[in-house]
Structures are given as structure tokens and as C-alpha cells.
Design a protein around this ligand. Structure first.
Ligand code: FAD
Length: 278
């Protein structure tokens, strides 16, 4: 069982708990983006099992009539395997999601997976226009070219700063430069992507900039934030904007929880307080 302290960041171990969490945030005006925790599988049966789980999750979202999408990590459905497992599993999930009218996001992992992820998402977007989207990382130097390619593809883009520790040869490593690039790419997205932009950030400065760009270009946008991070702001923003909460779930929750606690002193204090009971 997930200890109460991790419940802040993880929506449960079982899909039922995750779906119930989404129903709760839906009641408060926030959509859900469900991610089954798991990554870097090197066995096909593990990758296939998570793809099956996403298909069942899509059914659960549709049956409950929830305002929710799913977000899949390429390495949990086979991108590390020397086969076409990833492409086949992604196609299977997207087919089921399209049948059920559920949107599929694809997370972006480390730079060694970028090409294959982009190609696979573009292929799915050609098969099912407007049914898929992917995360694009502002810290990667290749991103300008990737966004130019995506401008002609019927796929949505979630712009994030980038969570992976990438080498300086291919990535901006200074926070200031990443922020500058995030703004530059956000402006490009609002200018070129009439259908909408997903702003995947907790940063008030980036959210304010998105609001300004929306006023300038009229492009619709949604805000995406993680469960347990600036949640009060999520519910406040939902009064004015489309806000989606990325809520991970599943038995492999510990590593994710540990990452969230480590990335911010305040979260670590919160964890410590919960453990010592003050
Ligand atoms: P930061 O640059 O970390 O912080 C800027 C400011 O935001 C802070 O000064 C503070 O004011 C505020 N802030 C940030 N965190 C907190 C907090 N915990 N509590 C209070 N205030 C805070 N990365 C990938 O590489 N691939 C993905 O597929 C991917 N998907 C994502 C999906 C979603 C929905 C989100 C929100 C993030 C995703 N990320 C992904 C992670 C992303 O790349 C960043 O690492 C992460 O979001 C931190 O950057 P930031 O823009 O939120 O703010």
C-alpha cells in the first residue's frame, strides 16, 4: 500500500484508485492525465503488459465518462527493445483510445529516444489526426528543428523544460538559457499551432507568458501540472483556463516519489514532517 505521504504525488497503486482520483479533480474543474508508472523494460512481455494496462485504462476512462487522457513513456512499452515492440504497442494503445475518444500523450525521455519517439508519434498522428500529442523538451538544442517538423503534423505538443540530465553538446544546461528557450518555443507554438498548445510547467513566469501569448495570437492553450505540485494554483487557474493534472499511479511508485521529494527542499521538509509527525 502507498503510505499517506506519497499519496500527495501518486494517485494509488491500482487503476481504480487513479480513476477515482481523476473523478475528484474533475469535480473541481481540472482534467486528468494518467500515467502508469514504469520505465526501461527490456523484456517484451513487460512492455506488452503495460500496453495492455493502458488499453484497459482507456476503457475505464471512457466507461466513467471522465475528462482524462493517458500519457505513456516510450521505454515502458518497448523503445529499449531491438524490435518494433514500441511502435506496435503505441499503435495498439492509440487505436483503442481513438475508439474510446480518449487522447494519448507520449512523454519524452532521454535524447537517445527522441528520434524514434518523434517518428512513431508522427506516424500515429498521420493515422489518427488530432488523437495524439507528445512532450517536447526546451533544453534540447534540436528542439527548434523538431518543432518546425511538428508544425506540419496533426499532433499536439506539450512544451516542457526537460527533466533529463543531458550532455552539454546537445543540451542547454544553464537554467537561464533553458527558460529563454522555453519562452522562444512557446512563442513559436502560439504563432504556428492554431489548434492549441499545452504548457507543461509549474513556473508562474512561463504561465504568465502563455497568458500574454494567448492574448496576442488567440491560440487556445491548456496548462498541465503534476499531481502534488502547486495544486492550489491548479484549482485556481482552472476557474479561468483549461488545466490538466498529470497523475501517475501504479505499484512502481517509489522511485517517482523519491524524485519529487529530492527535487525540492520544501517537498523534502514535507516528507520529513510526515515521517516524524510534526
Ligand atoms: P522549474 O524550472 O523547475 O521551476 C520554476 C519555478 O516554478 C520555480 O521557481 C517555482 O516558482 C515554480 N515551481 C516549480 N516546481 C515547484 C514546486 N514543486 N512547488 C512549488 N513551485 C514550484 N519532462 C520531460 O523531460 N519529459 C516529459 O515528458 C515531461 N512531461 C511532463 C509533464 C508535465 C505535466 C509536467 C508538469 C512536467 C513534465 N516534465 C517532463 C518535467 C519538466 O521537463 C520539468 O522538469 C519540470 O516540470 C520542472 O520544470 P518547471 O517548468 O515546472 O519549473
Amino acid at each position: 500500500m502507498i503510505p499517506p505521504i506519497a499519496n500527495r504525488f501518486v494517485a494509488g497503486e491500482e487503476p481504480e484508485a487513479a480513476l477515482a482520483h481523476v473523478a475528484e479533480v474533475n469535480d473541481r474543474g481540472v482534467g486528468g492525465i494518467l500515467n502508469l508508472l514504469g520505465e526501461h523494460y527490456d523484456d517484451r512481455p513487460d512492455a506488452d503488459a503495460d500496453a495492455d494496462a493502458y488499453c484497459r485504462l482507456v476503457d475505464g476512462i471512457a466507461e466513467r465518462g471522465l475528462d482524462a487522457s493517458v500519457s505513456v513513456k516510450p521505454s515502458q512499452i518497448g523503445i529499449d527493445l531491438p524490435t518494433t515492440a514500441f511502435e506496435e504497442n503505441l499503435a495498439r494503445i492509440v487505436d483503442r483510445a481513438i475508439e474510446r475518444d480518449v487522447f494519448v500523450w507520449v512523454d519524452m525521455e532521454d535524447h537517445e529516444t527522441t528520434d524514434q519517439t518523434l517518428d512513431a508519434v508522427c506516424e500515429q498522428a498521420e493515422r489518427h489526426p488530432h488523437g495524439v500529442g507528445l512532450a517536447i523538451q526546451a533544453n534540447l538544442k534540436r528542439t527548434e528543428a523538431d518543432l518546425a517538423r511538428l508544425a506540419d503534423v496533426p499532433a499536439a505538443v506539450r512544451l516542457v523544460k526537460g527533466a533529463y540530465d543531458e550532455p552539454a553538446a546537445i543540451a542547454y544546461r544553464e537554467q537561464e538559457t533553458v527558460d529563454e528557450k522555453y519562452r522562444e518555443y512557446l512563442e513559436f507554438l502560439f504563432r504556428e499551432f492554431d489548434e492549441g498548445v499545452a504548457v507543461g510547467s509549474h513556473d508562474p513566469a512561463m504561465l504568465e507568458y502563455a497568458r500574454e501569448l494567448h492574448e496576442e495570437y488567440g491560440t487556445p492553450f491548456e496548462i498541465q501540472m503534476l499531481m502534488g505540485v502547486r495544486e492550489d494554483a491548479q484549482f485556481d487557474l482552472a476557474e479561468e483556463y483549461d488545466v490538466y493534472q498529470y497523475a501517475p499511479y501504479g505499484p512502481k511508485w517509489f522511485q517517482y516519489f523519491y524524485r519529487r521529494v529530492r527535487e525540492r527542499k520544501k517537498n523534502a521538509l514535507f516528507a520529513l514532517r510526515a515521517v516524524v509527525g510534526v
